[in-house]
Design a protein around this ligand. Structure first.
Ligand code: F0G
Length: 384
């Protein structure tokens, strides 16, 4: 945060807010677009429909500057790249990482190169990478092929790799847990999220673990965010970590198969990944938290995407709906007990993938620009 004479304190992104808990020097200039501080929205209508006694919150990461959670990691990775004198960043991506890398590179004065799977990236994401001036390289292969290519390229060329194998990415992404704990005054009982390359579930666990460590002893310690005098410290409820539940699309579910998948397929192109880079880390996070992985079908994903949009006003992309789709399944199966507080990460905005949204929705009606014709439709709709 930076003081602003006219309006008090201006939010200037997560590096300025959490600098002391990030591996960055105190005076490094943050390459920021004001990411983080996303809304934690309590579901109302969906919870009522499910008729279960739990509190469900969605952390809507779609309202980050480029429309996904990737910005949390990219601000730190690009800040570090600039500090280290790098001139260019490179990544493989199913779309969101490339959009974020392109935007933060633009902001930081770096070149960006992005490898994307030809024909399998949502239109909005492609537009973003192109618009921000990245060199867009479409490969005739999938994300896993792209990942192998950029890893070896980055070893031999003067470019900084900004996929989540870059540890600064995960450091930035861990801040989601800080925000949730600050806002709820405690960690949730369960945290549900979609899993693709598995960097984000790893980052969530790092974040919650740091919160728990900072909270320290139940009776005496500060909350971890202050010197011991805030309301969180007095409530003293934040010392535990949530159970992490990771959801994958059924056609791209290596964590459920417990082995890599050679030909991942799903409508949720963001998580169309067969060889997650953070494989071991994610297993550790899941095991330590007492959590599990489950899969959801494309049909469940799309149905839930529509449900969230229609019932709660939250428009997310298909991959993001996997967390709520999976949660609904686990609630139906009784895997999550009544009274639980649950947070789902909703990872990306629905505008990223307009093609899928339009396909899922009722088509517009066309009428003459006349009072009678419009009135007829209005009355039909109100009665419907
Ligand atoms: N949700 C969305 C919207 C994503 O874009 C991704 C990953 C995930 C979930 C999964 O997160 O990989 O950390 O397990 N997208 C990457 C990309 C792979 O290239 O944009 P993860």
């Amino acid at each position: 945060m930076t003081p602003n004479q006219n309006h008090g304190v201006r939010y200037t992104g997560l590096i300025d807010k959490y600098r002391d808990r990030l591996p960055l020097s105190a005076d490094v200039h943050a390459v920021s677009l004001g990411e983080g501080a996303t809304p934690l929205i309590k579901l109302q209508n969906v919870s009522r429909l499910l008729a279960v006694d739990v509190e469900i919150y969605v952390k809507f990461e779609g309202v980050n500057p480029t429309g996904s959670f990737k910005d949390r990691g990219m601000t730190v990775a690009v800040t570090k790249a600039v500090e280290q004198g790098s001139r260019a960043v490179i990544c493989a991506s199913t779309g969101n990482t490339s959009a974020s890398a392109a935007a933060y590179a633009a902001r930081g004065g770096l070149k960006a190169l992005v490898l994307i799977p030809e024909g399998n990236i949502a239109l909005g994401k492609l537009a973003q990478a192109m618009m921000h001036g990245a060199k867009v390289i479409q490969i005739q292969g999938n994300f896993d092929h792209g990942m192998a290519l950029v890893k070896s390229l980055a070893e031999n060329a003067p470019v900084t790799l900004v996929n989540s194998v870059n540890p600064y990415r995960l450091q930035g992404q861990k801040t989601i847990a800080f925000e949730i704990v600050e806002e709820l005054g405690r960690a949730p009982d369960y945290h549900c999220l979609p899993v693709g390359n598995a960097g984000n579930i790893t980052a969530h666990w790092i974040g919650y673990t740091e919160c728990a460590r900072n909270a320290g002893d139940e009776t005496t310690a500060a909350c971890g965010f202050c010197d011991g005098h805030c309301s969180l410290t007095r409530q003293r409820t934040i010392q535990h970590r949530p159970t992490l539940v990771g959801y994958q699309a059924a056609g791209a579910a290596p964590f459920i198969a417990n082995q890599f998948v050679d030909h991942p397929e799903t409508v949720a192109t963001a998580i169309r990944i067969g060889r997650p880079q953070s494989w071991e880390f994610a297993w550790t996070a899941s095991r330590e938290s007492g959590g599990w992985f489950s899969s959801v079908t494309d049909e469940q994903i799309l149905r839930t995407q529509k449900l969230l949009a229609e019932q709660e006003g939250v428009f997310c992309e298909p991959a993001s709906a996997a967390s709520i789709a999976g949660l609904i399944g686990d609630l139906e199966q009784g895997k999550i007990e009544e009274g639980s507080i649950i947070v789902c990460t909703v990872t990306g905005h629905g505008l990223k993938d307009p093609d899928t949204a339009i396909e899922l929705s009722a088509k517009p009606v066309t009428v003459p620009a006349q009072q009678d014709a419009v009135r007829k439709i209005v009355m039909e709709h109100l009665d419907g």
